[in-house]
Design a protein. Structure first.
Length: 217
């Protein structure tokens, strides 16, 4: 792998929050199985056996492990060491060898050059202080024609109250970093970076927005 890590450290407070809840997160059933399966299927339409995939905020690795049989290699990363421990153990149990799990924050990763065919960022862009920087990093690490798949809670659409709650929740350690923005804000961030949106799907009100975007050739 030629991805290098910059000197910036992962946000320790954020990592601690996710470390604390990792084992509960791993045991929690998927909230809406039909929606999850549809997102896997929509993603799979863009996957090919020769492809190299990068994932950030991979959590306990379920999605990387589900896609693993359909691509050559997946480099899956997460800020939480505990999430990565669980992901590695799931990969071992399933005998899956083409997924490399690594603890790393998206902020600490700097791509040397475009090298991935697909980047996955699922349930993560609204958990970052700077989504635009993350989207720009994704753009840089993709080959021309590469695909960025994201699923994002646009809390500003229906739950503006989070603008008030989020800083308090973070201060008291009961909420992670939460960034409140709307669907148009997110689409603007993705398009302004240079991506062309290929598919956009929202399963319903208050549901995460699923976007598949392409870096132009
Ligand atoms: C809501 S979970 C989503 C996990 C997985 N993508 C899924 O869809 O189930 C968010 C994940 O993002 C990770 N995370 C939070 N901030 C991060 C950051 N700055 N860089 C990388 N991962 C981060 C957390 O540790 C957590 O595992």
């Amino acid at each position: 792998m030629t991805v290098t890590h910059s000197n910036r450290l992962a946000t320790p407070r954020s990592a601690r929050f996710w470390d604390r809840i990792a084992s509960r997160y791993a045991k929690r059933p998927v909230a809406d199985e039909a929606t999850y399966q549809k997102k896997l299927q929509m993603t799979r339409e863009f996957l090919k056996p020769h492809m190299k995939v990068f994932e950030f905020g991979c959590g306990t690795g379920s999605t990387a492990l589900a896609h693993a049989p359909h691509v050559a290699h997946i480099h899956a990363t997460d800020i939480s060491a505990q999430m990565i421990e669980i992901a590695k153990s799931k990969a071992g149990d399933a005998g899956i060898q083409n997924v490399e799990f690594e603890q790393a924050s998206i902020e600490s990763i700097a791509a040397n050059s475009a090298q991935y065919d697909v980047v996955l960022g699922l349930s993560i862009l609204h958990l970052l202080d700077n989504r635009d920087a993350a989207i720009a990093a994704v753009y840089d690490m993709l080959e021309p024609g590469g695909i960025f798949v994201s699923s994002t809670a646009c809390l500003g659409d229906h739950m503006k109250i989070f603008k008030l709650i989020a800083p308090l929740g973070k201060f008291f350690g009961v909420l992670p970093t939460l960034s409140v923005f709307t669907t148009p804000n997110l689409i603007e961030s993705i398009e302004d970076t240079g991506f062309e949106i290929q598919a956009k799907w929202s399963p319903g009100k208050n549901k995460s927005l699923f976007i598949i975007a392409r870096k132009p050739l």
